[in-house]
Design a protein around this ligand. Structure first.
Ligand SMILES: [Zn+2]
Length: 251
């Protein structure tokens, strides 16, 4: 869908994002790349703080190369209202459809982190919270099966229909695995969606090791109450402050 140019220009003028938010979004791209959550692929978005019907995300670039000048304003059809002459991520519908279905969500990350892939593919496997940094996984991690929504595809979420099916699969959870593809995480801020991306990936590696170490293959996970209690701490701001220190000068 092509945005009406006049309306697009007006929206873009009125929705100049706060400079701090832009800086955090750029930094988030660098953190996700620096910690190997994303490589040349993957993206992070944030809902616009002035109008919930818009979101911000980089144009079609590897996350490690994103600067503030590359941040695009999108509407909820994933139509770019700025940078519309440039290529955009084909999977931007992941973001718009989740924002539409989940008014509580302020930020979305999509990645292809290698350690998460087996948990979306192995029969009977479930990603579950191994330690106190991952209590956010305790409410359950659904697996999105794209064949049910779109038959045999190239696995990418290239349409609003597939994005909607993915958002429905996520439901009210924090993370959804995508069979044969990757994962998508949500948060109430850029900081929280980055935190959940990093620690979902770490949890997957640790869980795999624990299954291998166990005599029977069985593992003890955090229970529901432990997951809930361990999610309430100050893990997110403390992690963000370290990553900001570590990556704010990354080029
Ligand atoms: Zn993808």
């Amino acid at each position: 869908m092509k945005a009406d140019n006049k309306a697009a220009r007006k929206a873009a003028r009125q929705l100049t994002p706060p400079r701090e938010l832009l800086a955090d979004l750029v930094l988030a791209n660098k953190i996700l790349f620096g910690l190997k959550v994303v490589d040349a692929f993957g993206h992070i978005s944030v809902r616009h703080p002035k109008d919930p019907n818009y979101f911000l995300m980089a144009r079609h670039l590897p996350p490690g190369m994103v600067t503030a000048k590359d941040i695009v304003l999108f509407d909820m059809d994933s139509t770019p209202l700025t940078h519309s002459d440039k290529p955009q991520y084909s999977e931007r519908f992941i973001h718009s459809e989740i924002y539409k279905l989940r008014p509580d969500v302020m930020s979305v990350v999509h990645n292809h982190a290698y350690s998460l892939i087996p948990f979306g593919a192995a029969k009977g496997a479930r990603l579950r919270p191994m330690f106190h940094m991952c209590g956010f996984l305790g409410c359950g991690v659904p697996i999105f099966e794209i064949r049910k929504a779109g038959g045999n595809t190239d696995m990418l979420i290239r349409t609003a229909e597939l994005g909607k099916a993915l958002a429905e699969s996520l439901g009210d959870k924090n993370v959804v695995l995508m069979r044969g593809h990757g994962a998508t995480m949500i948060g109430n801020s850029i900081q929280e969606s980055v935190f959940r991306s990093v620690y979902s990936m770490e949890n997957a590696s640790i869980q795999m090791q624990a299954h291998l170490l166990s005599d029977t293959g069985e593992v003890e996970f955090l229970n529901e109450e432990e997951s809930d209690k361990s999610s309430r701490g100050r893990n997110v701001p403390r992690s963000w402050s370290l990553w900001k220190h570590q990556f704010s000068k990354a080029r």
